[in-house]
Ligand binder design. Structure first.
Ligand code: PLP
Length: 394
């Protein structure tokens, strides 16, 4: 294969995780081994000093893991990726690679729920302060900066309100103040949005979602810009130890081969479902950057290549109506997570964002009546028909 980095993303999805195999296997084998044999004592010693390249131990590096790491790094336009056991492990690794006692973090207030706990509880125990800010409001980001701010963490569109933050503008504010910017790109995948191009220092994925795409793996990835950052991240990962395993790496690499065409379908069906909901009398509000009326529409269109498949909406009847609706859908599955081939529906206030607490939820605009839907790749008329019969019951 010629330089994979010069290929289109459709081609990268298919080829970027493949590597040469001694037996000519088109799909490389799963290196399901914890450790690698040295030729002799000198060989082992020279691998440890880095004089020679090669595999030592799977927590440090493994060929199957490298396949998926290369694929995501290539798609994001980064120097390298570090595979993690989950999206949360990837966030933890990225934050731990930057933060030290006394630092201050600015974090999008509309953010994956458990990130609030990670920063507010676990990192707070190490003397790190955090401000949750509406990062779609650049003045609010500027106002939250302190002398101690070393990290600005952004999710755009944010989970679950789909609020859109301007990546380039937030990166500039962070960098002007000597802070780094991390972006959780889970909702978009690199097919739709590549935050490094807009100034982000580190990109994080829950590969559990679109990258794997089949709701059968929990995994994460951290992508960095340059060799130095990669070396630092790799050492941190080796020390913390929350690494991905070969089998899950194989599954995610397989999922990524169809990422571009799956995303294409999500982006065709998402707007149709959003338009249906928007026109429905029992729906009060739809949050989806693909809708022209959405406050984040223009900024999103500037930095992303499509609207994606995540939609949040509020029913006029609030929480009670939402419960009846969720209990009435027949094909759509009532479950948390997102980005899989099947359409999933969930209720953030009582599920994914329950641990945030009512105060933070209120501040972030996550009302009790909010329902989030991850539009799958089923026939969109059948998705809409299911939602319609569910709304009739309300
Ligand atoms: C799911 C999710 C995570 C956490 O990922 P896990 O793989 O479940 O640990 C982080 N960020 C976003 C935006 C997510 O949707």
């Amino acid at each position: 294969m010629e330089d994979i980095r010069k290929k289109s993303r459709d081609t990268q999805c298919v080829h970027a995780s493949l590597m040469e195999d001694a037996n000519g296997a088109v799909v490389p084998p799963i290196y399901q081994t914890s450790t690698f044999k040295f030729r002799d004592a000198d060989h082992g010693a020279s691998l440890f000093t880095g004089r020679e390249k090669g595999y030592i131990y799977t927590r440090m590096a493994n060929p199957t893991v490298e396949g998926v790491e290369n694929a995501v790094a290539v798609l994001e336009g980064g120097y390298g990726g570090v595979g993690c056991a989950s999206g949360m492990a990837a966030l933890h690794l990225a934050f731990a690679s930057i933060l030290k006692a006394g630092d201050h973090v600015i974090c999008s207030e509309s953010v994956y729920g458990p990130v609030v706990g990670l920063l507010n509880t676990q990192f707070a125990n190490f003397g790190i302060e955090v401000s949750f800010v509406d990062t779609s409001d650049l003045d609010a980001v500027k106002a939250a900066i302190t002398e101690k701010t070393t990290l600005v963490h952004v999710e755009t569109p944010g989970n679950p309100t789909l609020v859109v933050s301007d990546l380039a503008a937030v990166a500039k504010i962070a960098h002007d103040n000597g802070a780094k910017m991390t972006v959780d790109n889970t909702f978009m995948s690199p097919i739709l949005q590549r935050p490094l191009e807009y100034g982000a220092d580190i990109v994080i994925h829950s590969m559990t979602k679109f990258l794997n795409g089949h709701a059968d793996v929990v995994a994460g990835m951290v992508v960095v810009k340059d060799e130095e950052a990669y070396g630092h991240m790799r050492r941190m990962s080796n020390a913390i130890g929350g690494t991905i395993d070969p089998f899950n790496s194989f599954l995610v690499a397989r999922g990524i081969k169809t990422l571009a065409i799956r995303i294409q379908r999500h982006c065709e069906s998402g707007p149709k479902v959003a338009a249906f909901l928007d026109a429905h009398p029992k729906v009060e509000k739809v949050m989806y950057p693909g809708l022209e009326s959405d406050p984040g529409h223009d900024v999103h269109a500037k930095q992303a290549d499509g609207p994606g498949g995540l939609i949040s909406f509020e029913l006029t009847g609030g929480l009670e109506a939402g419960k009846v609706f969720m209990n009435s859908v027949k094909m759509c599955v009532l479950a948390v997570s997102l980005g899989g081939v099947e359409t999933l529906i969930q209720h953030p206030a009582s599920m994914t964002h329950a641990s945030m607490g009512p105060e933070v939820r209120k501040q972030a605009g996550i009302t009790d009546g909010l329902v989030r839907i991850s539009v799958g790749i089923e026939d969109v008329t059948e998705i809409i028909a299911d939602l319609e019969q569910g709304l009739e019951k309300v």
